[in-house]
Design a protein. Structure first.
Length: 452
């Protein structure tokens, strides 16, 4: 008996320490059991309190009257299964007639408080089946990406979602994307994570960084082309449009549409071309789009119109040629001039880090989801890297990118420098690889390209 009284306080102290210092281990050892029992015990009362039950059917009422029995209770959604995960619980429910998935989305906060969990997100699996993904702790406080999250096929893991799942940037499904956010909101960290994820893949990286290249120039070893001022950006975009035209000529020449050719071999983009003929896909990263759209004179205005026209053309026609856009900026509204809203309409993926006003959030999500606008405005300034990600379908979620330092991104790009493809049209814009300056030592006179 004495051993029991000694063991219980020790276990309690260990559980409290785990919950404070290592919430993941606390969840795996203690939290998942307590939460599963709590959900199963409270399930019927919580569903009734949240208005997620349906009244008994007429035949049940009639049967109760005939049998002189009490009136049947309201029916809750049927539990199909409850599955624990490394970050929470997954509860799959079979809806009753008359229920809708929106009812569960609207009640997510009440479900979260009732089950004493950190977050509840609902999604429809198929007609009549809804899944509640419940997280037991704040997974975005200290982001740890799962080791199983690998980058392949232009699908890059860039952040962790609030439901514990990995958020991917998939260029094949979402070709073009917009990334907005205020200063010190985490846009640069998100961009570094993205570049580091793309570096090991067979892809050409093209960058435009009008801050004299301070963000992208350190990663130059992996970039096929890089422009660090608006004049160079205009010429680079014109060359990229010319390259797009050459790719379309190749696709047209290889279509060879005839009666005898199988339908599966007819292509209208680069991905169905034979591997030996397929051009390398290109990802264009624009670090600050406002610097390309601002103009203070007639000459700058003509250059600005040319840049915006090229960007719109690439966003409208580039997907089939394997050209994908990643546009970053602090604001992206109509005040940047004509053509900007046309460009924004082509950017399917939307990511908004912390913004300073609701108008900036509306520029990203105003035409998609009002709830996402509210979520973007409420991002805490003490959590850099936290963002709201959505797309044109209206779905959105909170994400947070892992803290990728510039040193880590540079080392990854240097290690993958041999994968940098050469495109003839972009060869004049090939960046010079920066040479590391050794403090206190004499710099070697002769260096090879790409050496550090």
């Amino acid at each position: 008996m004495t051993a029991l009284w000694i063991t219980l306080p020790v276990v309690l102290v260990a559980a409290l320490l785990l919950r404070w210092l290592w919430p993941t281990w606390y969840w795996l050892t203690f939290g998942v059991t307590f939460a599963a029992v709590r959900v199963l015990i409270r399930y019927r009362s919580v569903m009734d309190a949240c208005g997620l039950t349906v009244p008994p059917s007429r035949w049940r009422l009639a049967l109760a009257r005939v049998a002189n029995r009490p009136v049947p209770e309201a029916r809750s959604p049927r539990i199909l299964w409850l599955r624990p995960t490394a970050t929470g619980l997954v509860l799959r429910l079979k809806l009753r007639p008359g229920q809708d998935v929106f009812d569960f989305s609207a009640s997510s906060d009440r479900l979260r408080h009732s089950f004493a969990l950190h977050n509840v997100v609902s999604r429809e699996i198929r007609s009549g089946v809804v899944e509640l993904r419940m997280t037991g702790y704040d997974v975005l406080r200290r982001v740890r990406m799962p080791t199983v999250a690998t980058a392949e096929g232009l699908r890059v893991p860039v952040a962790l979602r609030e439901d514990g799942e990995v958020h991917y940037r998939d260029y094949r499904h979402v070709p073009h994307a917009l990334n907005v956010g205020a200063t010190q909101s985490g846009k640069s960290v998100y961009q570094r994570t993205l570049v580091a994820g793309l570096a090991p893949q067979n892809v050409a990286l093209v960058g435009i960084d009008c801050k004299n290249g301070v963000e992208l120039a350190p990663l130059a070893a992996r970039f096929t082309a890089l422009a660090d001022n608006p004049d160079a950006a205009a010429a680079l975009l014109a060359a990229l449009v010319g390259y797009m035209g050459r790719v379309y000529e190749l696709i047209r020449a290889e279509q060879r549409i005839s009666v005898s050719l199988p339908d599966a071999e007819i292509t209208a983009d680069i991905w169905d071309l034979p591997a030996h003929l397929r051009p390398v896909p290109v990802v264009l990263l624009v670090d600050e789009v406002a610097e390309l759209a601002l103009a203070a004179s007639k000459a700058e205005e003509a250059r600005r119109d040319q840049i915006v026209t090229h960007l719109v053309r690439l966003s409208q026609l580039g997907r089939a040629a394997g050209i994908y856009l990643e546009i970053c900026g602090q604001r992206f509204g109509s005040e940047l001039g004509k053509g900007i809203t046309m460009l924004r309409a082509q950017l399917t993926g939307r990511t908004a880090h912390r913004v300073n006003d609701e108008t900036s959030a509306n520029m990203a999500f105003g035409d998609i989801s009002p709830d996402a606008v509210l979520a973007a405005v409420q991002i805490d300034k003490d959590r850099p890297g936290t963002a709201v990600a959505g797309d044109s379908s209206g779905g959105w979620s909170r994400i947070r990118a892992p803290h990728t330092t510039l040193r880590q991104a540079v080392d990854t790009c240097n290690a993958q420098a041999h994968r940098t493809p050469s495109i003839p049209e972009l060869e004049p814009f090939r960046p010079a690889v920066p040479v590391r300056v050794l403090i206190g030592k004499v710099q070697p006179k002769a260096t090879t390209a790409g050496a550090f």
